[in-house]
Design a protein around this ligand. Sequence first.
Ligand code: GLA
Length: 395
Amino acid sequence: MKKKGLFLPFAGILFLFAALLSSCGSNPESAESTATESETVEPPVMITSQAYGQLEDGRTVDQYQLKNANGMAVEVITYGGIITSWTAPDRTGAYENVVLGYDSLSQYLANNPYFGAIIGRYGNRIAKGQFVLEGTTYELATNDGPNHLHGGLKGFDKVLWSADTATTAEGASLILRYESADMEEGYPGNLSVQVTYTLTPDDALQVDYEATTDKATIVNLTQHSYFNLSGDFSQTILDHELMIAADQYLPVDATLIPTGELAPVEGTPFDFREAKAVGRDIGADHPQLELGKGYDHCWVLNEQGSMRRVASAYHPGTGRQLEVFTDKPGIQFYSGNFLDGTLPMPGGGTYGHRTGFCLETQHYPDSPNQKDFPSVVLRPGETYETRTTFKFSTK
Ligand code: GLA
């Protein structure tokens, strides 16, 4: 396979050596300046790319790898902006893939439950696929029972994105762009979308979303990686200890549309303010857990309107910890309830029930139809701009 990027192992070794010599070798910033002073030009995070496969219409899908000096590697394909693999350290320092995915493009094309994908224009559900904006009623596909889910029949998870790369002191970025045409999937306005994945030297992946439109529209972009911090996808995620910084969550109806109530988590299985095992209360007798077939709800994050730490997940067996930071108002915690042992796992076997979880930072589901929820409307002249950061560490 064709390598387009440059990965110079010798220069990489020099860089590592320089970092070790530095008295603060564990500080990526000082490691980087040491490398610069000694004229070792390797950036702290490298990007390479290769062809990954071909779509039916002949267009090529590329795969990019962002890799830092610690050994964290994030692989992204231009189809759907899908993160196909993402390695994270355990407490012994061993980097292992912690996201569910497939090992070929044909599997992503055939049946992907949004593994690793960028979701848009509207992440989550819109009741009956309908909304009214500036007096016009718009009709979207109903691809989830009576409702619209994750952008429709061909959402942003199923389109080919164009790619650019950039390397800065902050890390290395993969910049994905997509021009969504007026009325694509029923949404008004030509929408220019940009999603930038930046891997930093300290094992964080920043996801920056940007969009502009030429006509009033609605936007709610998110990232749909399924994590299993054990690195062993034959294990469930029920032993992961989860924290969600939210005093309230959004109860749903039988079709998973919020009822409009902001309910307190206190005294319910939805209370993750203190970290607890996902499996501790998932089987509790609670009507909302029945409706969601487990957790599949949006939490109303505390400290609205600021960039803050909103969630963490810890796997006691390996010591891996994931922290999520965002400026968004909500987070959908989905406990992999629809994984049912039918989708193939790379290397053999299938993904079993609850072997992955998602933490989808977003606006509240069905916001276009719920007047008390924060607005998701984007107008010409405005820029939709939001950031979510996923940071790995061990403890
Ligand atoms: C989201 C939804 C879930 C499910 C998954 C994909 O998390 O909330 O109900 O559709 O995506 O299977």
